[in-house]
Design a protein around this ligand. Structure first.
Ligand code: SF4
Ligand code: SF4
Length: 63
């Protein structure tokens, strides 16, 4: 099952997600929509660290 990274407007661009991302991706750029980057392996580290709970890993087809 493919997963997608959905970033809500709760994101305050604190950039903590980037610090834990193995590829230092700028997840907040997907704020208000989806963060889609070919380098992303959907590991969920960014979602786990986000204090605003702004990042969700959703199954393709949901949401
Ligand atoms: S950790 Fe959460 S609030 Fe901070 S920039 Fe990343 S998505 Fe936005
Ligand atoms: S899911 Fe993993 S690889 Fe993708 S942006 Fe988040 S921390 Fe980076």
């Amino acid at each position: 099952m493919m997963k997608r990274l959905v970033v809500s407007k709760k994101c305050v661009k604190c950039k903590k997600c980037r610090k834990v991302c193995p590829f230092e991706l700028k997840i907040w750029k997907g704020r208000g929509g989806e963060f889609a980057d070919p380098a992303c392996i959907k590991c969920g580290r960014c979602a786990a660290v986000c204090k605003k709970k702004a990042i969700a890993l959703v199954n393709d087809g949901d949401q």
